[in-house]
Design a protein around this ligand. Structure first.
Ligand SMILES: NC(=O)c1ccc[n+]([C@@H]2O[C@H](COP(=O)([O-])OP(=O)(O)OC[C@H]3O[C@@H](n4cnc5c(N)ncnc54)[C@H](O)[C@@H]3O)[C@@H](O)[C@H]2O)c1
Length: 320
């Protein structure tokens, strides 16, 4: 079979996989999976914005939550509000910077000693772009020393989420299958900038792209281990991630994505959902599953697969 028809058949095959057709509208049955009452979630960056909205949704569904945030006061206040409303302990707060391994480890240890297990981990904490270099200015540059780049955006949005993921996987590994039929589920908050470049946000875009390929890679590794890993990728949502002035033109031109639509995508991944390795994406009223890169896939797959097999052998990992 020549390369062209082979590629065509591969493309057809991909259309039939859970990755779905390119940029399609992703539709679910109205009977969406929900969490089992009492299930426990650990959410980073839960004291504001998207994390706070997800946390509220989980508690409203009968879940218990660990609110982990670098802003310890806001996390404690939010936990108190949720507990007061529920009339019981449904939330605990943890002051934890995701870039600090020891702080995250302590947060997970507190969660397990309090609630005994963690069913869902949301690696959500993130920040907007910090300029990594001064603006391009050849004249000023001649009298300026070479500047060490500010990599805070990548440290929080990529390394911080990887620390959270490492703790999630090792927690899931140590616990039995839970009420929804899984050891655990990890959901990473990515962004549409995980697929699309941004000339103003190179570190944000590269860290979110890193999260997308990390998610797809670990989803493959844990697929046969009763663990799911997925990502949510919104376009701009009106939160505290940026100064309010930034949102003004987006409100005017109706270019914001609705937080409820974002929450709906998180909800699709909960409970007995078997979705794995998916990037659920939201831009304004559009919702789609972003397909993985397929350009030259056919030519690369044999080597990519064999690399995995050989590396597992080197690492002493029994995964086939
Ligand atoms: N708002 C958007 O337009 C948008 C779009 C796509 C993706 N996202 C992603 O969603 C996630 C949440 O963003 P948001 O809009 O809710 O932001 P937000 O600023 O409203 O809330 C983020 C929360 O994370 C906390 N946080 C920040 N750095 C932290 C760290 N190092 N450790 C622990 N907590 C930390 C903050 O204190 C805050 O409570 C981020 O990963 C962001 O990149 C946001």
């Amino acid at each position: 079979m020549s390369a062209a028809p082979m590629g065509f058949y591969l493309w057809l095959l991909l259309l039939r996989t859970p990755h779905g057709p390119r940029r399609s509208t992703f539709q679910f049955s109205p009977l969406m999976p929900k969490i089992t009452s009492g299930e426990v979630s650990y959410i980073t960056g839960a004291a504001a914005g998207i994390g706070k909205a997800v946390t509220t949704m989980l508690v409203n569904q009968g879940g218990r939550v660990v609110i982990a945030d670098v802003n310890g006061d806001a996390a404690s206040k939010f936990a108190s509000e949720l507990n007061e409303k529920a009339g019981s302990v449904v939330a605990i707060a943890v002051k934890s910077d995701t870039t600090n391994w020891e702080e995250q480890l302590a947060g997970f240890q507190l969660a397990i000693s309090t609630f005994k297990r963690i069913d869902y981990v949301f690696a959500n904490a993130g920040i907007a772009e910090h300029p990594w270099l001064p603006p391009f200015d050849p004249e000023a540059a001649t009298s300026r020393p070479m500047v060490k780049p500010d990599l805070a955006t990548a440290e929080i949005n990529l390394i911080g989420q990887m620390y959270t993921a490492a703790l999630a996987f090792q927690t899931f590994e140590r616990q039995e299958i839970g009420p929804s039929g899984f050891r655990g589920k990890l959901i990473l908050t990515a962004s549409v900038f995980g697929y699309f470049p941004s000339r103003a946000m190179p570190l944000y875009a590269s860290s979110k792209a890193g999260i997308i390929n990390f998610m797809r890679s670990v989803a493959g590794y844990y697929a046969d281990k009763n663990i799911t890993v997925n990502a949510i990728s919104p376009n701009l949502v009106d939160t505290t991630i940026a100064p309010d002035v930034l949102f003004i033109p987006f409100r005017k031109y109706k270019l914001l994505s609705d937080i409820q639509l974002v929450l709906d995508q998180f909800e699709k991944l909960l409970g007995d959902s078997t979705l794995n390795g998916q990037a659920l994406s939201i831009s304004q009223e559009h919702v789609w599953v972003h397909p993985p890169e397929t350009h030259m896939l056919e030519e690369n797959l044999p080597a990519c697969d064999l690399i995995s097999v050989e590396i597992f052998k080197l690492f002493g990992d029994k995964t086939p």
